[in-house]
Design a binder for this molecule. Structure first.
Ligand code: PPS
Length: 292
């Protein structure tokens, strides 16, 4: 690791943090999801939206839920997104109402599920069953910026009080929830190449949000009119979503800025150079490119 990202032994650890097979996980990640992957009784028409945190998960979930409901926002507007979209591996004493499996079991099919699990920890039964999986990726410089702001404002992360530069070191050393971005991304990327998974990039969604809606609808075999596609896309614009997704507890941290390139306001020149070097080494040969 480049000196720029050298991490001391007293780096930040969030409450209840633990490690499983090399992946750092949060106190809100249930431990039994890996040992007993079948207990959610996955259904063939379940649809997962999977991503490394801060990559556009919430946006993709909202689009997908509206598509599943043919553009009707009644269900979307009925509750905060945490109450209507189960976060599979979430279980936290302070917010028992958001236990992912509890919500999942109450839902009617087809069910929409959020997960940040790396592919090696993802429930195999869901993958073998042929459940739909939509994977959304984002350029990691913007991911780490978004993650830093989320760590600062989120109870489950202990409301991190350090600065961005220390947080970047932790990120580059894989010492944040869900671990090393490069390992996570490359594992999923390999799996995506051989399986029927819809792969989306945050930056493409920003540049052509309507196309993202069309891609998700096609993947889910939903035949929607142009008018409904337009309506869903517009409903999920950053401005509109900020109004209907945030609540008092989470004001600002799910819907912060919603732009490409905010990293330019956070990285120093030296950090950017060191990041580029590591990025090129780690991603070499993957064929995966991002807009920065
Ligand atoms: S989480 O907590 O991991 O589920 O977060 P996630 O939803 O993956 O990522 C949050 C970032 O996505 C931005 N966002 C959007 N950008 C553009 N358009 C829409 N509709 C949208 N919805 C969410 C959100 O603002 C976070 O990025 P940052 O850079 O922090 O603004």
């Amino acid at each position: 690791m480049d000196d720029v990202f050298k991490l001391g032994p007293d780096y930040y650890r969030s409450p209840g943090e633990w490690t499983y097979k090399g992946y750092v996980l949060g106190g809100y990640n249930r431990k039994d999801i890996f040992e007993c992957p079948d207990f959610a009784e996955y259904r063939v028409d379940d649809c997962f939206v999977v991503s490394y945190p801060k990559s556009g998960t919430t946006w993709t979930l909202e689009l997908t839920q509206l598509i599943m409901n043919d553009g009707d926002p009644t269900f979307t507007e009925s509750a905060h997104h945490n109450d209507r979209i189960p976060f599979l591996e979430y279980k936290y004493d302070e917010f028992p109402q958001w236990e992912g499996l509890g919500i999942l079991k109450k839902l009617k099919s087809p069910r929409l599920i959020k997960s940040h699990l790396p592919v090696s920890l993802f429930p195999k039964s869901a993958l073998y069953k042929g459940c739909k999986v939509i994977y959304v990726a984002r350029n990691p410089k913007d991911v780490v910026v978004s993650y830093y702001h989320f760590y600062k404002t989120t109870v489950e992360f202990g409301e991190y009080g350090g600065d961005f530069h220390d947080f970047l070191k932790q990120f580059m050393n894989g010492k944040v929830h869900y671990g090393d971005w490069f390992t996570y991304m490359l594992e999923w990327w390999k799996y995506i190449a051989d399986n029927d998974i819809l792969f989306l990039k945050y930056e493409d969604m920003k540049k052509d949000p309507r196309l993202a809606t069309v891609k998700i609808a096609n993947y889910l075999n939903r035949n929607l009119s142009d008018e409904v596609i337009d309506k869903i896309t517009e409903y999920c614009s950053f401005k509109k979503m900020k109004k209907h997704v945030t609540n008092e507890n989470n004001e600002g941290n799910y819907m912060r800025k919603g732009v490409i390139g905010d990293w330019k306001k956070h990285f120093t020149v030296a950090e950017n150079e060191a990041f580029e070097k590591i990025y090129n080494e780690r991603m070499e040969g993957s064929g995966l490119k991002f807009d920065w």
